[in-house]
Design a protein around this ligand. Structure first.
Ligand code: HEM
Ligand SMILES: [Cu+2]
Length: 622
């Protein structure tokens, strides 16, 4: 039975290993690295925009450049930074938290990553082909139509189309994993909240990325193949795009914020030394938020003239989301209430998330009042609102998760002193940048403008806002220093450095390739904590020690993603003035590579390999 195949023993180069890996932990790290690179890139774009807006009538950049930076900043942050960073944690932690050896389909997991990666690359290439997309991350038509937008928009349409396939595929994989791969005793109502929120987020991905794919396909037909879905003069309808986009776009916010809620719900109990208050209410609040999230998309369209009835319905529906969200806020507060709180960096980020997010929520309810939205619409008030959700919510949670899970992923903690300096810089910088934008908005400064006139009362506030952005950049630099510093110092930590509650802390740090030598038997919510109180502090095994079956790595996901990249690029070439090669040939090549990879995967038999018992025992001792 214990047959070790060649693939296991042959030593491979490190790069080859990462290109072919199907291990959820390595893919998680790949997502985190890719997400970080894009986060820095989009952050630099934000800083450039803020420098432009520092003084009135500044000539630091042209309006066209500003529009391109604006569009790419929003698009990259949402699709290529926040999403993969969350996916990184989901990939790494979901199998560990449910006591599994990997996700349900490791091959598909690798495929999801590489498709996302090449889709993001495709969008970014627009800079080298005459300019990035410039119609905002929402790509409203007719601005994004053939008449007004150049090649950059084709990179937006096809890059997002490709990356979206990757996200969809990964979402489906998470759903199957959470349904099928739970350890014995890990019932649905014992899932850690991060797994629950990841589950619901994957559901949202399934139902939101599909309309996005459809919308992008229609826009592609309009732009490249002369269709007229969104061209009013030809019987098309521009408002149709807005509906399709926001049917995806509003749930997208929850796709990002629900896992962030999940991280907060892991970190706060761990450092309050209490179980999460109102676990069941938290689960149902998550489900209700997700459901309502699909009922409110037209609150982005109050001013297009839908009429008072539609506006009223969408206004009320939007406000009801405050109820389940409020439930969550109070449960986090009650978890901390009376707890033995440790204020380390992770907990500082997690606890400061709560008031910040509440502020974003309150302005959300303000914006939901349709009549008043005529005043707020397209002003800096909106920019302030969504950055309180996105930075004050999602980014703070990502930092909390990073400091919390870092020792599990890399075997050593991040430095606490540098962590706290970073926290202070970031938190001050964040409020400096965005709080003041509420007032800029109320004073009438429109969003998406590259400059403004002096002596209108806008100068000082814009100046302060830019100073805040520099603080945040400094914080990110401190984080980078911290990562390097702690890697050099490398003070090894044990399996459970935080004395935490959930299953990922029951196995070694960093985690062995098979996760758990023996699948654990789960006896309660917070299983590890339960064993600390009622058992000997170790998880009881649910199976005897036996050879562990592992999947082989594969280069096919990488090649198939290259195929989709070529395919997408071929479609974009159809709009180029003088393509060097005929676009149809490129499309054909891409299709051959993509479908060829599928065929190769289908005919090649691959039974994986086994890790023999002796090897497991050896590893578990060391
Ligand atoms: C961390 C510091 C950040 C700064 C200084 C910043 C700054 C800006 C600025 C100056 C704009 C242009 C506003 C306008 O002219 O209307 C903007 C827009 C935007 N930002 Fe950020 N941002 C930051 C983080 C983020 C993050 C983390 C995300 C998402 C994960 C994000 C998503 C967006 C989106 C979606 C837009 C709208 C783009 C559009 O109108 O098409 N931002 N941001
Ligand atoms: Cu919305």
């Amino acid at each position: 039975m214990a047959t070790t195949t060649l693939a296991n023993t042959k030593s491979k180069s490190v790069i080859w290993d990462w290109l072919t890996t199907v291990d959820h932990k390595k893919l998680g790290i790949l997502y985190l690295v890719a997400g970080t690179l894009y986060f820095v890139q989009a952050g630099v774009m934000a800083l450039l925009m803020r420098i432009q807006l520092m003084y009135p009538e500044s000539t630091f950049m042209t309006g066209q450049t500003f529009n391109e930076l604006l569009t790419m900043h929003g698009t990259v942050m949402l699709f290529f930074a926040a999403t993969p960073l969350l996916f990184g944690f989901m990939n790494y932690m979901i199998p560990l938290q449910i006591g599994a050896r990997d996700v349900a389909f490791p091959f598909v997991n690798a495929l999801g990553f590489w498709i996302f990666f090449f889709g993001a690359g495709l969008t970014s290439m627009s800079w080298f082909f005459g300019g990035a997309p410039d119609a905002g991350w929402t790509a409203y038509v007719p601005l994004a139509g053939r008449e007004y937008a150049g090649l950059g928009l084709d990179f937006y349409v096809l890059g997002l189309q490709v990356a979206g396939i990757g996200t969809l595929v990964s979402g489906i994989n998470f759903l199957v994993t959470i349904i099928n791969m739970r350890a014995p005793g890990m019932t649905m109502m014992r899932l850690p909240l991060f797994v629950w929120t990841s589950f619901i987020t994957s559901m949202l991905i399934l139902f939101a990325f599909t309309p996005l794919a459809a919308g992008l396909a229609l826009l592609m037909l309009d732009r490249i193949f002369g269709a007229q879905f969104f061209i009013p003069g030809m019987g098309g309808n521009t408002v149709l795009w807005q509906h399709i986009f926001w049917i995806f776009g509003h749930p997208e916010v929850y796709i990002l914020v629900l896992p962030a809620f999940g991280i907060i719900s892991e970190v706060i109990p761990a450092f309050s030394r209490k179980r999460l208050f109102g676990y069941t209410a938290m689960v149902f609040a998550t489900i209700i938020i997700a459901f309502l999230g699909f009922m409110v998309w037209a609150h982005h369209m109050f001013t297009v003239g839908m009429g008072p009835v539609a506006n009223a319905i969408f206004a009320v529906a939007t406000m009801t989301i405050a109820v389940p969200t409020g439930i969550k806020i109070f449960n986090w507060l009650f978890t901390m209430w009376g707890g033995k709180i440790t204020f380390n960096t992770a907990m500082l980020f997690a606890s400061s998330f709560v008031p910040t997010f509440v502020l974003g929520g309150v302005t959300g309810v303000m914006l939901a009042m349709a009549p008043v939205d005529y005043l707020y619409h397209d002003t800096y008030f909106v920019v302030a609102h969504f950055h309180y959700i996105i930075v004050g919510g999602i980014v703070l949670a990502l930092f909390a998760g990073l400091f919390y899970w870092y020792p599990k992923m890399f075997g050593h903690k991040l430095n606490e002193k540098l962590g706290i300096i970073m926290f202070i810089l970031f938190y001050i910088g964040f409020h400096l940048t965005f709080f003041i934008q509420h007032f800029l908005g109320l004073m009438g400064m429109p969003r998406r403008v590259y400059t403004y006139l002096g002596d209108q009362g806008l100068d000082t506030f814009n100046y302060i806002s830019t100073i805040g952005a520099f603080f945040m950049s400094a914080a990110v630099i401190v984080l980078v220093i911290n990562i390097v510093y702690s890697a050099v110092k490398e003070e090894r930590v044990g399996a459970d450095p935080w004395d935490a509650r959930t299953l990922e802390w029951a196995t070694a740090s960093p985690v062995p390739e098979y996760n758990f030598a023996q699948t654990p038997q789960v006896r309660s919510l917070d299983p590890l904590f339960y064993e600390k109180i009622h058992g000997d502090g170790k998880m009881k095994p649910a199976e005897p020690i036996a050879p562990i079956h592992m999947p082989n790595g594969s280069i096919i996901p990488f090649i198939m993603s290259v195929g989709l990249f070529i395919l997408g690029f071929g479609f974009i070439m159809m709009n180029m003035e003088n393509p060097i090669v005929p676009p149809y040939a490129v499309v054909a090549l891409g299709a051959i590579v993509t479908f060829g990879s599928m065929i190769a995967r289908s005919v090649k038999e691959d039974h994986g390999y086994y890790i023999p018992v002796e090897e497991i025992k050896e590893k578990e001792v060391s």
